[in-house]
Structures are given as C-alpha cells and as structure tokens.
Design a binder for this molecule. Structure first.
Ligand code: SAH
Length: 253
C-alpha cells in the first residue's frame, strides 16, 4: 500500500508575489488539511506577519517551515513537473488541465521519485506570462465564465483537495514506464537558453520573432519530457551546430 504522506511530501505549493499575508496563512491551513506541508513563497510582500499566523489557525508549522525565495526559477529548479494555476486562459502555448486532470500526472511523477510544484499567482495580477512559460501545464478551476477568479487560498484548497482525492483513490498506480526520470525544470531552462542562443548563432530567425518559435519549441520539448541523458545529447548537437556556425563565419570573412 502506497503511503500517501510520502507522495504528499514531494509536492510543493508555490505562492508568487502574494500581497496579503492573510492569504499565505489561509493557504497554509488549506494544504495542511489535505495532508501537504510544503509552502514556497516567492518574494511575498509581507512575511512573516501576524496576519499570516492568525489565518493559519494552527497550521503554523507549515508557515514556520515555509521557504522564501527571490524568484520562481529558484522555487522550481529541482522539479520535474510544474503546473501553473490560472484564473484566465492567457498562454496559448500551454496545455490546460482541470484540477482533477492534474492528479494523475502529479502522482506518476512523485511515485517515480520526482518533485512537483503547483504555482499560484499574485491576488491582483495573477501569474505573469514569463512565469507561466516556466510551467509545464496550466491548471484552471472551471468557474462561471463571467467571474473566474477565486480567492488565492481557496484556489490552493481546490488543488490540494483534488490531489488528495486522486492519491487516495488510486494509491497503487504503477510508476510510468521509463528507466530514467525526466530532467528537472532547471535543466530544461538551461537547455532552452542554449537552444535560443544556438538558433541565433545559426541565423535561424531571419527577422522572425524568436519568442514565438521558442514558445512552440518549449511546448514540444516539455511534452516530450526528455531525461538528463537525452538532454545531454541534444545539447551536444547544439554545441556542434554553434561550432560549425563559428567556422562558417570564419570562412565567410
Ligand atoms: N486577477 C487575477 C486573479 C488572481 S487570483 C487574474 O486574473 O489572473 C490569485 C491566484 O489564484 C491566481 O493567480 C491563480 O493562481 C489562483 N486562481 C484563482 N482563480 C483560479 C481559477 N479559476 N483556476 C485556477 N487558479 C485560480
């Protein structure tokens, strides 16, 4: 029998640029009731704060253990699966899931020993597009179409609940069939930076927008979930392309 607390221990809830400390406390309570414990705070406006402690209502252990980091990249660098919670559909390049649909991929990743992050945006502005671009999928709680924005801590509650129900309902789901775990978010970002500069070096863009093609390529490679070894092969190809481009430039001169 799979130990659900061991699964939950590999999931972190990341709150980005939260303005209201009360929401941080209420989010701590929300995840604690569902058996989760890990909160990561990206540049919170105020933390620690008495209001956060008051709203945590006894889940202050979660607050005491919360990690505060300066940016989203550092919050998710070691994660294999990252979902960004959005009140609105903004980023066409990301596949969109319901909270119920994310439970299975989250469970598969944690059962294979991976780390997972669920990311939530600022109360007023949500997640910025560049923050969403770091996520592997978007998760949207299906709401009334003319009023789609839940309170931050309530959105955290819905996600934590669905993950818990998923874990409880399917405690013995087999790990996915692969020998090596997928590369981490940090390794994928390193690859995307390398890909970006290589496309520039080989003059691929020719005046077209590099951002559009990068969004397409991100979607492709994130869907493929390459492992570390596969990423090394891809980066080897990029390095050789860069070397050939340097030689070609030398010949051109
Ligand atoms: N006005 C903001 C809403 C921010 S609500 C906007 O339009 O983006 C704060 C955060 O709660 C959001 O960034 C998101 O992470 C989460 N959230 C709120 N409503 C949600 C919904 N319907 N589905 C998924 N996440 C939601």
């Amino acid at each position: 029998m799979t130990d659900i607390s061991a699964l939950a221990a590999r999931v972190r809830f990341v709150l980005v640029r939260t303005s209201q400390p009360g929401n941080i406390g209420a989010a701590a309570r929300a995840i604690r009731t569902m058996g989760f414990a890990r909160l990561v705070l990206v540049a919170p406006a105020r933390f620690p704060d008495p209001e956060a402690t008051a709203f945590a209502a006894g889940a202050d252990g979660v607050l005491a253990d919360a990690l505060v980091v300066p940016d989203l990249r550092s919050a998710i660098a070691d994660c294999e699966v990252v979902f960004g919670a959005t009140a609105r559909q903004r980023n066409v390049a990301l596949r969109e899931y319901t909270p119920r649909e994310v439970a299975a991929p989250v469970q598969a990743a944690v059962q294979a020993g991976g780390e997972v992050a669920i990311v939530f945006g600022n109360e007023r502005t949500g997640l910025e597009n560049d923050e969403l671009a770091l996520c592997h999928g978007a998760v949207h709680i299906p709401t009334a179409s003319d009023y789609s924005s839940l309170n931050l801590a309530q959105a955290v509650q819905v996600l934590a609940y669905e993950l818990r129900v998923g874990f409880l309902g399917n405690p013995t789901a087999p790990p996915p069939h692969r020998t090596d775990p997928p590369a981490s978010a940090g390794q994928m970002e390193g690859f995307f930076e390398h890909l970006y500069t290589t496309l520039d070096d080989i003059d691929f863009h020719k005046g077209r927008s590099p951002e559009t093609i990068m969004l397409r390529l991100r979607k492709l490679f994130l869907r493929a979930q390459p492992d570390e070894r596969e990423l090394r092969v891809l980066r080897g190809i990029l390095s050789d392309a860069q070397r050939m481009a340097r030689i070609a430039r030398g010949i051109d001169k």
